[in-house]
Design a protein around this ligand. Structure first.
Ligand SMILES: [Zn+2]
Length: 123
């Protein structure tokens, strides 16, 4: 549904907990295989005195997983995001604002109604 051409699927960090298989059906949650789901852009920011770290993932998630993930990322940002002047005044407020947008998008997604097993996994 999105008009932009951002490459789907792979998060910046494999350690963030999302499965790495490509999500073929965009309407199914990549975390629990339920639908409907939608792509969310979720950010996390870590600020240090001299440098900043931006983490951005674009998982396809249902309402429940999306809400949970946005809140988890935001919580970590609230803890880790303030430790530098740029982070404090610019990067972290931006990250939190964008996560609020993602949270609203997740909450607007209808509750999960159906489950589809991932297909194409080697058997
Ligand atoms: Zn889900």
């Amino acid at each position: 549904m999105g008009a932009d051409t951002t490459v789907m699927g792979r998060p910046d960090e494999s350690a963030e907990g999302f499965p790495c298989y490509p999500t073929l059906d965009l309407t199914v949650c990549s975390s629990c295989n339920r639908g409907p789901a939608r792509r969310l852009v979720i950010r996390r920011h870590v600020g240090y005195l001299a440098m900043q770290r931006f983490i951005r993932v674009e998982p396809v998630l249902c309402r429940e997983c999306g809400t949970r993930t946005v809140l988890r990322y935001t919580k970590r940002t609230l803890i880790q995001g303030w430790w530098g002047p740029i982070s404090l005044f610019i990067a972290n407020p931006f990250t939190i604002a964008m996560n609020l947008v993602a949270l609203v998008q997740a909450r607007r997604t209808p509750s999960p109604e159906y489950t589809i097993q991932p297909k194409g996994i080697a058997t």
